[in-house]
Structure formats: C-alpha cells, structure tokens
Design a protein around this ligand. Structure first.
Ligand SMILES: Cc1cc2nc3c(=O)[nH]c(=O)nc-3n(C[C@H](O)[C@H](O)[C@H](O)COP(=O)(O)O)c2cc1C
Length: 369
C-alpha cells in the first residue's frame, strides 16, 4: 500500500521556531454554530463537544468557527467572540481538549461588517419565520461597513469613519492576543464570504474615496493593517493564516489575480497558511460540485514560495478525491466541512480507506468503521 499523502504528517511554517506540526493534512474548516444562547459570545460545552469530537475524529487541525473580534462584528447575537477576557478563559478547555486528542487548534477571527446582526438558527426564530436582519426589539444593532450597499439585502450599514477603521484594526490585534492566551496554535483571519474585510477588498462594495477605497492598494489597506497589527502581537512561533474568497465570480469584482497578488504580499508580512474559498458578496454565484474551489488554491499555491501551506475547501467529501488533490500538488491540505459535520470521524474513516494508521482514540477502537 503506497503511503497516503493525506496522512503524512506536515508542518505549517511559522515566522520563528519549528512551525506548527500537524499529524495529517485534514483540516476542519470554521463552521458557525450560532449556539451562544446567553448572547455573551462566551463559548460553552457546545464548542467543547463539537470541536472536541472532530479532534477525536482524527483531524490534524481543527479550526473554531467565525469568532467575533468585536460584539458588533457578530453575524448573529448567538456567535462566539474573543473581545473580552471571559471569552478567552472559556476557550481554554476547548483548546486543551483538542490538544489532548493530538490535533492542533485554530480559531477564525472575524468581523461580519454589513452582514452582522442577523438571525442565527434558534428554534424560536425559525418558528416565528424570522430571517435576515435582527429586528431592534430582538437585539439588532447598527452594522458597519466600508461603503453602504444594498447588495446584502440586510438593514442598512453605516460607513466606517477613519477612526472606526483604526479602532477596528486594534480590535483584531486585541482578539489575537486573547487567542494566544486561550491556547490556540493558529489564527485564521476571515477575509472571505462578503464579510467586513471582503467588503473593503471588493470593488463591488467598496466605493470609498479616502485612503481605504479606490485603488487596489487602498482597498487592501484595511486587511494589510490588520495583518500587520496581528503579526505584531501574535507569537512568532505560532501559525498565522488567512481565508480568502479567491474570486467574486463576477466581472468588476475581486478576482483570483487580485487574490494571488495579495497573498504574495501577505506572505511577506508573515502569513503562511492560506485557505481558498470564494464568493459571498451579493447573491450566491459561481461554480459548485466536487472540489469546486480547488483551482483557486492551486493558483495561489503556484504563486507562493514553496513553504506556504495552502488548503483547498469546498465539495471535498471523498478520501480518494482528497488524496488526489494533494498528490497532484494542487494544495498542501484539504478542508472538509459539511462531510465532517455529518461524520466527525471522517479522517479516521478516510485513514482506513487509504491504508493509513487511524488516530482513533483507544476508547473507540472497537467501533466499526
Ligand atoms: C454550518 C456551516 C457554517 C459555516 N460557517 C463558516 C464560518 O464560520 N466561517 C467560514 O469561513 N466559513 C464557514 N462555512 C463554510 C465552510 O467553512 C466551508 O468553506 C464550506 O462549507 C465549503 O466546504 P464543504 O463543501 O466541505 O462543506 C460554514 C459552512 C457551514 C456548512
């Protein structure tokens, strides 16, 4: 049986030290759980069990869901956060358990911008048919963005002032410090899916006339400032990553060439892990099907220095397909989202199929795969 690439251990490089060792190249991508019923952004037993199960399931890297850097950056009032000390403390048992199962722990830091303040999934909302923007009587708040736009079909967002942008960059850095304190090994900056950073990057939204809009340099400034501020406080020995929407899939939008150019700049600024998703501005558009975003990862991988760790995501469900993506050099790792929601043991099952050793904990050895 030839050695599986998916289950060959690897390392995400860091700016100093040995890098972040991963037991394999299967990554659990961030997936919102909208489960914080106290509305205080403090992770609960849900995060421990949900992320812990995927660590038990054999993932090399488990990345916690979009975690707000500021309360107004939550997609819903049920989101988790890292804007205060209590939240940082509450994440500790989660990272400790992930580590105890042999996986590395990542967190996706996020700000939803104009796509904040929406109804998360909660039975009472569903029963009442409540979707879209949170009504003020349900706790909705004024959202912020680069340029107000009706592309999102949500309550109008306010344009951020220069001071609000500067304060927001600081929020990202403070959240990064707390992510370190909480025991995370990797930060993934959420620059994808039409959320705040993407609202600056994409000319479909950003129509500003100040130094944060107009030219490519100006539209990318907010993100470049975030990366600089985060890199200044995030330990050099820990891994720094980003998730892009590699393409808006629309003429005049943010395209893969823009992503490749920016990825190259951010590599120079210390980012080493790149995850390539797509779309999120306006109505859903773009390709779908097995591995539909793999070409985006491949484009970034080809442009970056050899040691960058590039992951593909989207429609990766089958172990042989995942192996193929790695063997053909299209990416260095694969993120498996929905397939793993239905089966947290996806990596252990995949290992069996590919003839690799499973990471199944001893307690589960008698399970049937
Ligand atoms: C329930 C759910 C929640 C998600 N939440 C996030 C999120 O918090 N951050 C993010 O970048 N992507 C999020 N995504 C997108 C996934 O990370 C992933 O990119 C997407 O599902 C495509 O991969 P898949 O085909 O393997 O599921 C979410 C997807 C699902 C299904």
């Amino acid at each position: 049986m030839p050695q599986s690439k998916l289950f060959a251990p690897t390392t995400i490089p860091t700016r100093a030290g040995e890098g972040l060792a991963l037991r394999n190249r299967a990554v659990l991508p961030p997936m919102c759980q909208y489960s914080i019923e106290q509305r205080d952004g403090i992770p609960t037993a849900w995060q421990l069990v949900h992320l812990g199960a995927h660590a038990q399931g054999g993932f090399g890297l488990v990345i916690a869901e979009a975690t707000a850097v500021a309360p107004e950056g939550r997609i819903s009032d049920l989101d988790v956060g890292l804007w205060n000390e209590q939240q940082a403390e509450a994440w500790k048992p989660v990272t400790e358990f992930i580590h105890s199962q042999g996986a590395a722990a990542g967190v996706q830091l996020a700000h939803a911008g104009a796509k904040a303040s929406t109804y998360g999934w909660l039975k009472e909302y569903e029963d009442a048919g409540k979707t879209g923007s949170l009504a003020p009587e349900d706790g909705g708040w004024q959202t912020l963005t680069s340029t107000p736009s009706d592309l999102h079909g949500l309550a109008p967002a306010a344009q951020m002032s220069g001071q609000q942008i500067a304060d927001s960059v600081q929020d990202w850095a403070e959240a990064a410090k707390r992510a370190d304190q909480a025991g995370f090994d990797l930060i993934q900056i959420h620059a994808a899916h039409g959320y705040l950073i993407h609202q600056f990057l994409s000319p479909l939204v950003n129509q500003r006339t100040d130094q944060y809009g107009g030219s490519w340099e100006n539209r990318t400034r907010y993100l470049r400032e975030i990366v600089q501020a985060v890199a200044a406080v995030w330990p050099q020995e820990k891994a720094l990553g980003i998730r892009f929407s590699g393409d808006d899939w629309v003429e005049g939008g943010w395209r893969i060439d823009d992503t490749v150019r920016l990825a190259t700049e951010l590599y120079a600024a210390g980012v080493r892990a790149f995850d390539l998703s797509s779309a999120g501005i306006g109505p859903f558009r773009g390709p779908s099907g097995p591995g539909y975003q793999v070409p985006l990862a491949q484009a970034v991988k080809q442009a970056l220095p050899e040691d960058a760790f590039v992951t593909a995501v989207g429609g990766i469900t089958d172990p042989v397909q995942a192996e193929q993506i790695l063997v053909t050099g299209q990416a260095d790792g694969v993120s498996v989202g929905r397939a793993a929601l239905g089966d947290p043991q996806w990596p252990n099952r995949a290992a069996k199929k590919l003839g690799a050793a499973t990471a199944s904990p001893a307690q589960y050895w008698r399970g049937r795969w």
